[in-house]
Write a protein that binds this ligand. Structure first.
Ligand code: ZN
Length: 99
């Protein structure tokens, strides 16, 4: 199994870097190799336990990087395309308050 390093929410007050399984992009998805990222206020709220985030969740939502692989149906991106990402929480994400 291929792995990657990721920032993981362990518990209130603890975020660590760990090896996690590298995901395979599903239909309509792209896998981005992160080359630059930052910490934002949301990450601080998560660390303080102020947002209901599940233990073990990979966090971080403002990276930039290179498209490494694409899933079925993705035609607008191809491997090596540079991308900037800003993920906004919605009810479909695993850390959203109502999911
Ligand atoms: Zn943010």
């Amino acid at each position: 199994m291929t792995s990657m390093r990721a920032a993981v929410f362990e518990q209130k007050g603890k975020i660590s870097m760990r090896e996690v399984p590298r995901p395979t992009p599903g239909p309509g998805e792209a896998l981005i190799r992160v080359t630059l990222t930052t910490i934002c206020g949301t990450d601080i709220h998560i660390l303080r336990g102020e947002y209901p985030v599940k233990q073990g969740l990979v966090i971080g939502h403002e990276p930039a990087g290179v498209v490494e692989a694409v899933g079925l149906g993705v035609k607008s991106k191809k491997p090596t395309t540079c991308s900037a990402i800003n993920v906004t929480a919605c009810s479909r994400l695993p850390f959203a308050p109502n999911s």
